[in-house]
Design a protein around this ligand. Sequence first.
Ligand code: MN
Length: 134
Amino acid sequence: MQTVLVIEDNRSIMMVNERVLTKAGYHVLGAADGEQALLVARDNIPDLILLDMMLPKLGGEEVLRSLKQNPATAPIPVIVVTSLSQKNEEKLRDEGAAAFLDKNNLFNNPEFLLQAVGKILAKNKAIAKLPVLT
Ligand code: MN
């Protein structure tokens, strides 16, 4: 079973995402602020992270940076979930974001979330299977 860490401070969004992902067969972990998110990520090394940008204690950008600076959590793909404009997208991609999800789309259509998660996990699996060159 693959584990997804949902980092989200809005309880209703967290509940919806958790339900959708659990129903689809994922093991779901949650964190409601940036500091907790880093602890849960380091302790559990999930297969994928969904990262909200507006978070208490430590913002999404800082969380992304910390995850990518730690060799243990750096390989975990991070999907940035935001309702903000996409002006930051390029910067966040440079900092290691694997994909972006518009929070508004997500709320209207849970299929959106499953598609994005499935796609990124499949991509990561393909990378992990690449033969090691000696
Ligand atoms: Mn938020």
